[in-house]
Design a protein around this ligand. Structure first.
Ligand SMILES: [Zn+2]
Length: 320
């Protein structure tokens, strides 16, 4: 997020000095996917679409700070950012909410909120969330907002588990000796399993089990691209007919995923990069009415003492 310094000739809804949050997904606003409000699938903003089409069949939107396959755009967490299609993405902040609260609308809050929406939570449900980093914390807070009676949070870092507990979650530390996540989830749900599971970890999962070593070896040998131990566990843990929501990023080819269990239990799996531009507006209203969102818990601040300037090409350089 930041202040608008300069606008291009076709930008009509922003002016110099406006305070804006810019989602990390870049959308054109005019293609068939943007018109369906599926902004992360925009057809026109990835200049390297041909690379993604080879791997995925079709290309998604260009993204700030991802790989060259997603357009090669520089990351948005910089002093200056050139924003393509600026009539579409940026959300103008016109009230007095502090920067520290609205900053997360650019990525992790919509990601966690959409994860909870995709979990199809019904009032009174039990939701299990793997990964208590920023996205996981927002998924926990959002699950409660959307009606979950209980959220069970799984991680191995004490400070993250403490924060999850402060939001009202029950916590499971999978690194503790003799702790089995699957057994713990069964015990906490009367043997039924969570109604919904949220994998907020993705492709770089850690596991103390044999599968963890298996994934490390296979990825080192380039025989697998992702380490999907959380995905495997979540498929096994969710109750029959339940929903698995996946906001954690997966990139390529996964091994030993128990698809038979997913089929046999009739579970629903929902996943995607967040449709930030739409989800943002729902998060925006949540920010104004809910006080228990962990919006400032992940921040460290420091003075900006290395001024930089933006060149015409959009590349940042140190000021001489
Ligand atoms: Zn588009």
């Amino acid at each position: 997020m930041g202040l608008v310094e300069e606008v291009g000739p076709e930008v009509t809804n922003l002016k110099r000095g406006d305070r804006v949050v810019v989602p990390f997904t870049i959308a054109c606003g005019n293609c068939i996917f943007c018109k369906k409000k599926y902004w992360a699938a925009c057809d026109n903003t990835n200049p390297n679409a041909h690379l993604m089409e080879k791997a995925y069949g079709y290309s998604g939107a260009g993204l700030f700070g991802y790989s060259h396959m997603m357009g090669g755009y520089s990351g948005g967490q910089a002093q200056y950012v050139r924003v393509p299609f600026a009539n579409v993405g940026p959300l103008k902040i016109e009230n007095d909410l502090p920067d520290e609260k609205v900053l997360f609308l650019s990525d992790i809050f919509p990601t966690g909120y959409m994860a909870a929406e995709n979990a199809q939570i019904q009032p009174g449900d039990t939701v299990a969330v793997w990964g208590c980093g920023p996205v996981g914390q927002f998924a926990i807070a959002s699950a409660f907002m959307l009606g979950a009676a209980r959220v069970i949070a799984i991680d191995r870092f004490q400070e993250r588990l403490d924060l999850a507990r402060s939001l009202g979650a029950i916590t499971v530390d999978y690194s503790e000796e003799d702790v089995s996540v699957l057994t713990a989830l069964k015990d906490l749900t009367g043997g039924v399993g969570p109604d919904s599971c949220i994998d907020a970890v993705g492709l770089e999962a850690h596991s103390n089990e044999l599968q963890g070593i298996y994934d490390v070896v296979k990825t080192a040998l380039f025989m697998e691209t992702d380490r999907p131990s959380v995905l495997r566990q979540a498929i096994q843990a969710v109750r029959k007919g339940g929903t698995l929501s996946i906001p954690g990023v997966y990139g390529g080819l996964l091994d030993k995923v128990p698809f038979g269990a997913a089929f046999g239990k009739g579970i629903t799996m929902k996943m995607a990069r967040p449709t930030c531009t739409t989800t943002c507006s729902r998060c925006w209203s949540a920010l104004r009415r809910v006080r228990s969102i962990p919006a400032t818990s992940f921040l460290t601040t420091s003075p900006w003492n290395k001024p930089r300037r933006c060149t015409k090409s959009g590349v940042t350089k140190k000021r001489k």
